[in-house]
Design a protein around this ligand. Structure first.
Ligand SMILES: Nc1nc2c(ncn2[C@@H]2O[C@H](COP(=O)(O)OP(=O)(O)OP(=O)(O)O)[C@@H](O)[C@H]2O)c(=O)[nH]1
Ligand SMILES: [Mg+2]
Length: 438
C-alpha cells in the first residue's frame, strides 16, 4: 500500500511538471495507473487469444459428438506419432485438444509432410520407376509353347519321376509321343534311335533318357532347317498359300513389319480378291508396318493383282514383295489352277519368282496340318513352311513330325497374335523352350 502511494506521488509529480493543475493531480495519477494496469493485463492475455483464433473451425461442422472415451483412444495416434518430429509437444497438445470427442478429427489436422505414407523424396517418379526388361526370346518362345510343353514334356517328366528305365516305361513314353501329335512314323523313328543308344549304354537313367530324347528331337528338327534368305533376289518375291483361316494374312503383316524394321523396302500384293475384307485386312497390316499395298477390287483376277504388284515392285526397287492369296483347299482343282497361273505371271515379270512359296499351316489342327502339307506339296511347289498358332495348342509336337517327315524347311513359327509373335524357326531354341531349360 505504501508502494502504491509512492507510485501515486511520483506520477503526480510527473503530471505537475507536465502542467496538470494541482486540483486534478490525484485523480489524473489514478487514471494513469488504471490505464497502465489495463495494458499489462491485455499484453498477458494476447498470446492466448491469438492462438484460439487459429484453431480450425471443425467443431461446429461435426455431427453427433462421440463419447469421451472413444476420442481418447484416437487422440494418442496423433500425439504419439513418432514420425512427426517437427511438431513440438506443445503444438500437438493444442492441435489435439479441441478435437477431443470428434469422430474424425485426424483428417483435419494439418499433418506435416513427413507423416504422409508416400515418402517426400520422390521428385522424379518417372526416372526412378524401374523399367521392366522385355522378355528374352527364350522366355517368349517358352510362354508361346507352354501348352505343348505342359502336355508333352510335363507328361514325360511325370512318367520319368522315380522310375527305372525299362520296357514298360518306354512303351508309356511311346504312347505319350504319339498322343502329343508327333505322329506314328516320327515316334517310331525316335523310339528306334532311343533303343539303339540304350544298347550302347546311354539313356540308362530317367534324366539321361530325357536328355537323349531332347537330342533326338533337336536332330530331327535341325535336319532340313534353313532360314529364309532374303538376299537371293531383288525383288525377292514371296507367295503365301494355305487353306482358309490358317493365318496367311496375319503372317504377311508380321513379316512385313519385321522386314521393314530390318531396313528392307517391302511391298504387299492383295492377291486374295475373293472378298473385299481380305484386301482391307492386308491394308491395315500394311499401314501398321508402314508399307505399300497393291490391291484390286473384289472379284478381280488374282493373277492381275500379282502382275501389278510385280510391276510395282520392280519400278519402286523394293527388296521384298509378298503376295497374299485366298484360302483354298487342295481339293478345289480350279483354285489350284488359279495358283499355278499366278506363279506363271510372277515368273514372267521377275526371273525366278516366286522365289519362296510359303505354305502356312495351323498347328492347332495337329496331324491334319501334316496331311494338308502333303496334299499341297503334290500340286504346287512349296519351298518353306510357317506353323502358326503354336501358342493356342497342346499339339505343338506336330512341328517335329512335319520337320522330320516332309523334307520342307520350317521357316517361321507363330506364337501369338502380336507383331513380334512370328519367330524364325530355330530348332535349338525351340527344343530348349519346349523342355523348359535355358
Ligand atoms: N494365337 C494366334 N493366333 C494367330 C496366329 N496367327 C494367326 N492367328 C489368328 O488366326 C486368325 C486367322 O488369321 P488370318 O491371317 O486372317 O488367316 P488367313 O489364312 O489369312 O485366312 P483367310 O484369308 O480367310 O484364308 C486371326 O484371328 C489371327 O489373329 C498365331 O500365331 N497365334
Ligand atoms: Mg487372309
Amino acid at each position: 500500500m505504501e508502494q502504491f502511494s509512492q507510485l501515486l506521488t511520483q506520477i503526480a509529480t510527473i503530471l505537475a511538471r507536465l502542467g496538470v493543475p494541482e486540483a486534478y493531480l490525484d485523480s489524473a495519477a489514478l487514471g494513469v495507473i488504471y490505464i497502465l494496469a489495463t495494458l499489462v493485463v491485455l499484453l498477458l492475455l494476447a498470446p492466448v487469444l491469438f492462438r484460439r483464433r487459429q484453431q480450425p473451425p471443425v467443431v461446429a461442422e461435426q455431427p453427433e459428438p462421440q463419447p469421451q472415451d472413444e476420442a481418447v483412444e484416437e487422440t494418442p495416434t496423433v500425439a504419439a506419432e513418432p514420425v512427426a518430429p517437427e511438431i513440438s509437444v506443445e503444438e500437438v497438445g493444442e492441435l489435439a485438444e479441441p478435437e477431443l470427442g470428434e469422430p474424425a478429427p485426424i483428417v483435419e489436422i494439418p499433418v506435416p509432410p513427413a507423416v504422409e505414407p508416400e515418402p517426400v523424396a520422390k521428385p522424379f517418379p518417372e526416372q526412378l520407376k524401374p523399367v521392366a526388361a522385355p522378355p528374352s526370346l527364350f522366355e517368349r518362345m517358352r510362354s508361346g509353347l507352354s501348352k505343348t510343353s505342359t502336355s508333352l514334356v510335363g507328361r514325360i517328366d511325370s512318367l520319368l519321376r522315380g522310375r527305372q528305365v525299362d520296357e514298360e516305361l518306354l512303351e508309356e513314353l511311346e504312347e505319350i509321343l504319339i498322343t502329343a501329335d508327333l505322329g506314328m512314323k516320327t515316334t517310331q523313328e525316335l523310339m528306334q534311335s532311343l533303343n539303339k543308344r540304350r544298347a550302347r549304354g546311354e539313356a540308362q537313367t530317367p534324366e539321361a533318357l530325357r536328355t537323349v530324347l531332347m537330342e533326338e528331337m533337336r536332330l530331327r528338327l535341325t535336319l532340313g532347317a534353313s532360314p529364309l534368305d532374303l538376299r537371293q533376289a531383288k525383288p525377292m518375291v514371296l507367295m503365301v498359300v494355305g487353306v482358309n483361316g490358317v493365318g496367311k494374312t496375319t503372317t504377311i503383316g508380321k513379316l512385313a513389319n519385321q522386314f521393314s524394321n530390318q531396313g528392307l523396302k517391302v511391298l504387299l500384293g492383295a492377291g486374295d480378291t475373293f472378298r473385299a475384307a481380305a484386301a482391307d485386312q492386308l491394308e491395315v497390316w500394311g499401314a501398321r508396318a508402314g508399307v505399300e499395298v497393291v490391291r484390286h477390287a473384289e472379284g478381280a483376277d488374282p493373277a492381275a493383282v500379282a502382275y501389278d504388284a510385280a510391276k510395282a515392285a520392280v519400278a519402286r526397287k523394293v527388296d521384298v514383295m509378298i503376295l497374299d492369296t485366298a484360302g483354298r483347299l487342295h481339293t478345289k482343282v480350279n483354285l489350284m489352277e488359279e495358283m499355278k497361273k499366278i506363279r506363271r505371271v510372277l515368273a514372267r515379270e521377275i526371273p525366278g519368282a516366286p522365289h519362296e512359296t510359303l505354305l502356312v499351316l495351323d498347328a492347332t489342327t495337329g496331324q491334319n496340318a501334316l496331311v494338308q502339307a502333303r496334299m499341297f506339296k503334290e500340286t504346287v511347289e512349296i519351298s518353306g513352311l510357317v506353323l502358326t498358332k503354336l501358342d493356342g495348342t497342346a499339339r505343338g509336337g506336330i512341328v517335329v513330325a512335319i520337320a522330320s517327315e516332309l523334307g520342307i524347311p520350317v521357316r517361321y513359327v507363330g506364337i501369338g497374335e502380336g507383331l513380334e509373335d512370328l519367330r524364325p524357326f530355330e530348332p535349338e531354341l525351340f527344343v530348349r523352350a519346349l523342355f523348359g531349360r535355358e
